[in-house]
Design a protein around this ligand. Structure first.
Ligand code: FES
Length: 463
């Protein structure tokens, strides 16, 4: 094996690779999507409060149980495994809850998603607003150098970096220091790049809350002269992180960079039911990236729908780690080396949606949009004189003609999801109010063009 290039590539969001990504059309690009019947996708995208509530309740019960266990055995050596378990469930398993609620897909209710998103962010010491924006970018430009701030292993990867990552002895304190700096109003380069200015004040407020809670735990530990307060509050961020790293590494490590197809940059790994509960099915990671409107509990069914268009899933976590270690061994000396034996099916991907083509009526009258045959919650792509729209029927039964392209990025809203009177974008789960076009969920900030539709004699019209 000959060494090709072993200097670290530039992964900063403002460096040469960032400029190259823009120049080469890799930023906010058009991604491969597997073909799936839009109606089936809409079925799989249905969220229920009940299912997520049961899973969250079980998680909270496990945290309380492990915390009580750790407290009970605190004066013995059993405290070590008991706290490791408690840390894994709080500073580790919070990651999957944070992720799913951040997408707004765990619960149907936005309030409930936020209710879990913010505490889970604290458990992980993730500045909630920064990571929300960072994760939008991760979905826009997955594993694109200079664009994605969530690339865990810059190339060439090293086993030392992996060991440091797992131990969290470097990243954990650095992240805590970063939060304290934010609390003092000092925003770093990535925050300025990713978080829009209107969110900066809230970001700083949240960081102050984190810092105050940590300070209270430290003071309590000093006053009682025991480690228990910091081991229960704040500490799990440091000593529980290994747990989410254990799962998170399987998502992209060792796979291709700079390719607009998640089948090359992302893995699906078959895992046992316990892992799948703790990780909330994020092992179906290609499926999640391709169709982020689908909640975690429907990802196994989505996998069944599209698996013929994806590389075969890795058969186990162990197999995945063996694959990553092998990739790191090669990429350490040759950063261009790629995993050889992933079979990516040669399929065309999502077909263009059936578009109903019509013409403007002109000055005189109404434009006919065809029969009023949409069920509540359905949508259809429509083209009027070469301009793309999406015809939507809200769950209240009203019809709306909306622009087809999302105002945030490269997304086709005819693959979106109707939730009540809102339309959710299939790319980053941003939402529009269909009655006004106003954005109701970030990352969308610009309104969507919407026009009211009238129904007459079983046909739909705009005037
Ligand atoms: S493209 Fe980002 S929310 Fe639509």
């Amino acid at each position: 094996m000959t060494a090709v290039q072993t200097t670290l590539r530039d992964y900063s969001l403002t460096g040469v690779e960032a400029a190259a990504a823009l120049e080469n059309g890799l930023a906010n690009g058009r991604w491969f999507q597997a073909d799936i019947d839009p109606k089936r996708l809409a079925e799989l995208s249905v969220r229920t409060n009940g299912r997520a509530a049961v899973d969250m309740a079980l998680w909270i019960a496990l945290i309380i149980g492990s915390g009580l266990l750790a407290w009970t055995v605190r004066d013995s050596w059993w405290a070590i495994p008991a706290f490791l378990l408690y840390g894994a469930l709080t500073g580790g398993a919070a990651d999957a809850r944070w992720h799913e609620c951040g997408h707004g897909t765990a619960f149907r209710s936005g309030f409930l998603n936020d209710l879990f998103y913010f505490p889970a962010s604290f458990m992980l010491n993730r500045q909630a607003l920064f990571w929300r924006w960072s994760h939008f970018r991760h979905h826009t430009d997955t594993i694109i150098r200079g664009r994605d701030a969530e690339i865990v292993f810059p190339r060439p990867p090293s086993f030392t970096a992996a060991a440091l990552l797992f131990s969290n002895v470097k990243n954990g304190p650095v992240a805590m220091l970063g939060t304290v700096k934010t609390a003092f109003g000092r925003l770093d380069e990535n925050t300025i790049e990713l978080v829009p200015p209107e969110d900066h004040r809230r970001l700083i407020r949240h960081a102050r809350v984190y810092a105050l809670i940590w300070a209270a735990a430290i003071v309590a530990s000093l006053v009682t002269w025991t480690p228990w307060p910091v081991l229960f509050v704040g500490g799990p961020t440091l000593y529980g992180a290994w747990f989410y790293i254990f799962f998170g590494i399987t998502q992209h490590a060792g796979l291709q960079e700079n390719v607009l197809d998640h089948r090359y940059s992302t893995r699906t790994v078959l895992m046992n039911p316990v892992f799948r509960f703790l990780y909330l099915n994020m092992n179906y990671h290609i499926e999640h990236h391709m169709f982020p409107t689908v909640p975690y509990y429907a990802l196994p069914q989505l996998h069944e729908e599209i698996k013929d268009q994806l590389p075969p899933p890795n058969p186990s976590t162990l197999h995945t780690y063996a694959e990553i270690i092998e990739a790191f061994r090669h990429q350490n000396v040759d950063p261009d080396w790629e995993i050889q034996n992933r079979h990516i099916p040669d399929v065309p991907g999502r077909r263009a949606q059936i578009v109903q083509v019509t013409e403007w009526a002109g000055d005189s009258g109404r434009t006919d949009l065809g029969p009023a045959d949409l069920a509540p919650g359905d949508l259809r792509a429509v083209q009027i004189a070469g301009v793309d729209f999406v015809l939507v029927r809200t769950e209240d039964g009203d019809h709306v003609l909306a622009d087809r392209r999302c105002t945030h990025g490269e997304a086709d809203l005819s693959m979106g999801l109707v939730l009540g009177c809102e339309l959710e974008c299939p790319k980053h789960n941003g939402r529009f109010d269909l009655r006004t076009g106003d954005p109701t969920r970030k990352p969308i900030r610009q309104p969507l063009g919407v026009q009211p539709v009238t129904e007459s004699d079983g046909r739909l019209y705009i005037t």
